[in-house]
Ligand binder design. Structure first.
Ligand SMILES: [Fe+2]
Ligand SMILES: [Fe+2]
Length: 306
């Protein structure tokens, strides 16, 4: 029985923060800069992230998914550093990334921002053969044998203190088509989205504005696994869809310091295998524990039997 292992981490909030020039600190960034130095830098720590990613790389998963919030204020230097970090995780053929709200903190030309991550944010040839990527760049599809990853962007620039996201009508139409197509081919469909996709998973200021409409798309066309970040918490929801139960799983931030209490930095690994007419999926949680700081298996759970 062949098993595909997919690791999922999110909300990197890469530190240390590069020095900002005065002209880069206008508007929303100025508030974020103060917030970072007053508190967030003590929560998201580079040594915690490095400990976690060292463990992840050693376990050699078949693929790694990073669901957004790689940076903090959207400073040009932050995008370059995040690109280096992605390359350190693995080659673009083995790492898929999507943006989060912090990666769209201010309106930027893609070339100065997430464009640096392009090799990690595009279809692979097998995925493009299933569905060509629209001009808007999302959703894109990557296929690895029986497993297909559908990567979305819910990142939109917003006003200060707002961390909301949106899938938008164009993406929802594409996603509906692609889920139908991949489902028809009997593939295991993994959806990546930064914001929690279900209604009531986050409030108006932080949530997905079109969560109800997007949930309808999931219900009507089905998916096997939906992976998200943004809430910096481990959550598992089951969504009944036309093609069976979709598991919707959120992962804590990959850099959150243990001293801050739970949730500690964590990533999840999914072992996906065909079982009869269905799938067997096991989730293994790997988390950072304190004194001395080390990574341990904090959870092992079968998410689907068939
Ligand atoms: Fe985040
Ligand atoms: Fe976020």
């Amino acid at each position: 029985m062949s098993v595909f292992t997919l690791a999922h981490l999110s909300d990197i909030h890469l530190s240390p923060m590069p020095r900002a020039r005065r002209r880069d600190l206008l508007g929303k960034r100025a508030l974020g800069y103060v917030n970072w130095h007053r508190g967030r830098k003590f929560v998201h720590r580079r040594e915690i992230l490095d400990l976690l990613t060292r463990d992840l790389i050693e376990r050699k998963p078949d693929h790694i998914a990073v669901t957004g919030d790689l940076v903090n204020l959207g400073l040009p230097e932050e995008f370059l550093r995040a690109a280096e970090w992605l390359h350190h995780l693995g080659p673009p053929s083995r790492v898929t990334a999507i943006p989060g709200n912090h990666d769209a903190y201010v309106r930027l030309h893609p070339e100065a921002g997430t464009g640096h991550w392009q090799p990690f944010m595009e279809a692979n040839p097998d995925g493009a053969a299933l569905m060509p990527t629209p001009e808007t760049r999302f959703p894109f599809v990557r296929r690895f044998g029986d497993v297909a990853i559908v990567a979305l962007s819910s990142a939109i620039p917003t006003m200060p203190f707002i961390a909301a996201g949106k899938v938008g009508e164009a993406q929802r139409i594409h996603v509906a088509k692609v889920l139908e197509e991949l489902g028809g081919q009997g593939l295991f469909r993994v959806l990546l989205i930064h914001h929690p996709p279900l209604r009531d998973q986050a409030g108006w200021h932080r949530g997905l504005r079109d969560a109800a409409k997007f949930t309808d798309v999931l219900k009507r066309h089905g998916a096997e696994l939906v992976l998200h970040g943004h809430n910096h918490a481990q959550t598992v929801h089951e969504l009944e869809t036309a093609t069976g139960t979709a598991m919707v799983v959120g992962v804590p931030s990959a850099s959150e310091a243990v001293e801050g209490g739970l949730p500690a930095a964590r990533y999840n690994e999914y072992c996906i295998a065909r079982a009869g007419n269905g799938w067997h999926v096991e989730m293994v949680g790997r988390s950072v524990a304190a004194t001395p700081e080390h990574v341990w298996e904090c959870e092992r759970r079968v998410l689907r039997e068939r």
